[in-house]
Design a binder for this molecule. Structure first.
Ligand SMILES: *[C@@H]1O[C@H](CO)[C@@H](O)[C@H](O)[C@H]1NC(C)=O
Ligand SMILES: *[C@@H]1O[C@H](CO)[C@@H](O)[C@H](O)[C@H]1NC(C)=O
Ligand SMILES: *[C@@H]1O[C@H](CO)[C@@H](O)[C@H](O)[C@H]1NC(C)=O
Ligand SMILES: *[C@@H]1O[C@H](CO)[C@@H](O)[C@H](O)[C@H]1NC(C)=O
Ligand SMILES: *[C@@H]1O[C@H](CO)[C@@H](O)[C@H](O)[C@H]1NC(C)=O
Ligand SMILES: *[C@@H]1O[C@H](CO)[C@@H](O)[C@H](O)[C@H]1NC(C)=O
Length: 385
């Protein structure tokens, strides 16, 4: 635990203690019988899981949160393949007590064909995720499936091993609805891939968003166009928003729903980069996760999903934040189809009910790196939970 996390914990204990003082006697007795155990923060992590994508759940466990389950979505690859990565990476660390629920194969409207047609009109994305053209040779060489049949699996891309465990269900949206009904006001929804499953849950249960605790997403880049043209293709990749653009309509439903709190980690997710020295340092402690990270995380991408996870798990890591009313461009004729648009209070649209969201501008990068290192070097297992 970092000192500031301890501080946060102490602060929440104080609040709880003062609440306890006001509680009726029978509740007091019940609490002391349960040895004053604080209810753990609860989270469902929805992601396009990959071979080195396990760090967000290791961070949540490190922070003492209860991970109710992992959900897979279609963004970097299809939801089936991403869910198998989730099962397999849990298994290598003895974390299979955490259930995995497979999400929807397709975005609400988008398909590889529509996406590729959009690209012909508006230009290519540097990273096309699941909608890159199908290439079976590439898959056989160890890449996750793109386009074609969403149900197919590339075993060669499951470098961490093929899972011996199976999905708890293939109804991710329903799983999320059930958990939010069971723990109203307590469940954080974390999304670091496309927002399809969350949109489905919102449409299936009109109370889902308002009864969740919050929505925290990786994505929601803003004002990145200049950066897309004044650097390398990789710089354009860093400043595009595949998570949102895979499913523009699902993104709009999710980011305009009445969650009590919505936080986006877009531009800030590029703040902390990963160097070979950092990977080598983490690998000084050997375990299945430090090995996978050392071998497959790479030094090209910043701590994207990890930044969003840290913001949710310990907001004291935030150094600067701003807020605005957020809309999502859902016009397929637009070059910013699937990107966000920000409004200030005085000028926001009146014909639609947009939500005011927090956009994190910067975080304490050193704390983030230390946290990721600790979570990977000393991962919790089911025996600790
Ligand atoms: C109560 O909590 C304390 C401190 O965490 C622990 O040492 C003790 O064993 C717990 N007692 C029971 C009955 O669980
Ligand atoms: C599943 O079991 C097989 C056989 O023991 C093993 O080779 C493989 O690595 C296991 N999968 C995972 C993800 O641990
Ligand atoms: C998982 O559990 C097995 C059996 O208890 C043990 O041999 C192995 O070291 C554990 N692996 C991890 C990463 O904790
Ligand atoms: C498919 O992938 C292979 C292996 O990566 C590559 O050599 C080939 O150029 C790709 N084909 C197309 C049409 O991009
Ligand atoms: C909303 O979430 C952000 C980020 O986790 C946090 O900083 C903020 O305090 C939260 N706001 C409320 C009202 O809970
Ligand atoms: C915080 O972010 C806002 C918006 O980008 C910026 O105007 C302001 O200067 C930042 N403040 C600090 C202390 O970095």
């Amino acid at each position: 635990m970092s000192p500031s996390f301890l501080k946060l914990f102490a602060a929440t204990s104080l609040v709880a203690a003062s609440l306890t003082g006001a509680a009726p006697l029978d509740q007091l007795q019940e609490r002391s019988a349960k040895n004053q155990t604080q209810p753990k923060n609860k989270v469902i992590l929805d992601n396009d899981w990959g071979v080195a994508g396990f760090i967000p759940y290791l961070m949540a466990l490190d922070a003492g949160w209860e991970v109710l389950g992992l959900v897979s979505d279609t963004a970097n690859s299809w939801a089936e393949q991403c869910g198998l990565h989730a099962l397999a990476t849990l298994e290598v660390g003895n974390l299979s007590c955490i259930p995995v629920h497979k999400g929807a194969d397709y975005p609400l409207l988008n398909t590889p064909e529509l996406f590729q047609t959009w690209e012909m009109v508006h230009g290519k994305l540097a990273w096309e995720g699941a909608f890159a053209p199908e290439n079976l040779t590439n898959e056989a060489l160890g890449n996750d499936p793109t386009s074609g049949d969403p149900g197919r699996v590339s075993k060669a891309a499951l470098y961490e091993g093929y899972p011996n465990t199976t999905y708890a269900s293939k109804d991710a949206a329903w799983f999320m609805i059930q958990q939010v009904r069971k723990y109203p006001g307590q469940v954080s929804i974390y999304s670091a891939g496309a927002l399809t499953n969350i949109a489905l849950a919102i449409r299936m249960d009109p109370d889902f968003a308002k009864n969740a605790k919050e929505l925290v997403i990786m994505g929601g880049y803003i004002d990145g166009n200049l950066l897309q043209v004044t650097g390398s293709i990789m710089q354009a990749d860093w400043n595009s928003d595949i998570n949102l653009m895979i499913d523009p309509e699902g993104t709009k439903i999710a980011l305009t729903a009445p969650f009590p709190n919505i936080t986006i980690a877009g531009n800030v997710a590029n703040q902390v980069s990963v160097t070979q020295e950092y990977l080598d340092d983490i690998y000084k402690v050997k375990n299945p996760y430090s090995s996978l990270m050392h071998k497959y995380y790479g030094t090209i991408f910043p701590l994207w999903d990890e930044t969003a996870a840290a913001i949710m798990l310990d907001p004291t890591i935030i150094k600067n934040t701003t807020s605005f009313y957020l809309d999502v461009d859902t016009a397929p004729s637009s070059p910013t189809y699937g990107n966000i648009h920000a409004y200030q209070e005085a000028l926001k649209p009146v014909a639609q009910n947009l939500q005011k969201v927090n956009m994190v501008v910067s975080v304490d990068g050193n704390r983030l790196k230390k946290w990721v290192k600790r979570a990977v070097q000393y991962p919790k297992t089911c025996a600790d939970l």
